[in-house]
Design a protein around this ligand. Structure first.
Ligand code: NAP
Length: 305
């Protein structure tokens, strides 16, 4: 069964499917990204999120190409995003970096091109402190050339986004940030919304994922009775409740999975609705805990957290 995923309106006229496939993995077997992308498209995913730093654009592109070759979709049916890494923030470096991503993906354009982080470094990881408004001029050039249909940022805080919005000719339409039950981000999401910027949720499963072993209370979401009762009430899993909670807040989600049953599970969130009280249950887990604090960047100028 192919699930039809609703789309959210972006301020530049584009629409983006509210569930996408995340593709970051610390470890992957050869072919795993390609297979996940192809299987995801087969069951209804139309939004694929990658980044140059994930080192998987070739396989992601192969998955897309296979799906198109099999007649499952056309390129126009898909919403593909990738991201500019921190070592290409000089204005003149942006377009070549995107061209390199497109060559790896085997695509002529991406639907959204993100600046991955507001921080900038050189090839050896040293801080270059480039003003992200300079980077944005390169992003706008990429859009003018038709290489990106839309532009976004990721991991920007309010102050950084305001500086960018004040300077941009073509403002970012999405801020991709971590949002999940232990980091509900109500303030940032509302602030962005007031300015026409959609917050999209990365790491949407948060501590439900086994890929997050390092936090002391990591099992709370997996075991707490209140979330279990909500899941049971709807005949869904805890993960589905969490993804539904985000989508009901008009926050697009990009859960990653290599597991076919989970790919299907994460897409099957449109046949039920959480009540306000059930939304409050998910909200109650907020402790402002980041799964992705990126502490390796903490000493860099423009570290956002
Ligand atoms: N912009 C940024 O700075 C940034 C940062 C982080 C992530 N991202 C993007 O956001 C995407 C999602 O974030 P993420 O990968 O960190 O975290 P996530 O999607 O919340 O969690 C992924 C993990 O959860 C497991 N999982 C998937 N579905 C599940 C389910 N239904 N039940 C239980 N476990 C499930 C996956 O395992 P299996 O694969 O084994 O099924 C995987 O280990 C990334 O892949 C990437 O595209 C962006």
């Amino acid at each position: 069964m192919v699930i039809e995923v609703p789309r959210i309106q972006l301020s530049n006229g584009q629409t983006m499917p509210v569930v996408g496939l995340g593709t970051y993995a610390r470890k992957a077997e050869p072919g795993q990204y390609r297979q996940a992308v192809e299987s995801a498209i087969e069951i209804g995913y139309r939004h694929i999120d990658t980044a140059s730093s994930y080192n998987n654009e070739v396989e992601v592109g192969e998955g897309i190409a296979n799906a198109i070759k099999r007649g499952l979709v056309t390129r126009e049916d898909l919403f593909v995003t990738t991201k500019l890494w921190n070592d290409n923030h000089a204005e003149a470096a942006v377009v070549p970096a995107l061209r390199a991503s497109l060559a790896r993906l085997g695509l002529e354009y991406v639907d959204l091109y993100f600046v991955h982080w507001p921080v900038s470094v050189d090839a050896s990881g040293q801080d270059t402190g480039i003003d992200f408004r300079e980077t944005w001029r390169g992003m706008e050039e990429a859009a003018r050339l038709g290489l990106a249909r839309g532009l976004g940022v990721s991991n920007y805080n309010e102050e950084q986004l305001q500086l960018l919005l004040d300077a941009a000719a073509a403002p970012p339409v999405v801020n991709q940030v971590e949002v999940n039950p232990t980091l509900t981000q109500h303030k940032l999401v509302a602030w962005c919304r007031q300015r026409g910027v959609v917050c999209a949720a990365y790491t949407p499963l948060g501590l439900l994922s086994d890929a997050r072993p390092e936090f002391q209370d990591k099992d709370a979401l997996k075991t707490d009775a209140a979330l279990g009762r909500v899941a049971e009430q709807h005949g869904k899993t805890r993960a589905q409740v969490v993804l539904r909670y985000l989508v009901q807040r008009s926050i697009p989600v990009i859960p990653k999975s290599f597991t076919p049953s989970r790919l299907a599970e994460n897409l099957d969130i449109f046949s039920f609705e959480l009540t306000p009280a059930e939304m409050d249950v998910v909200d109650s887990y907020n402790i402002d805990h980041r799964c992705v604090p990126a502490t390796g960047f903490a000493k860099l100028k423009n570290y956002p957290f």
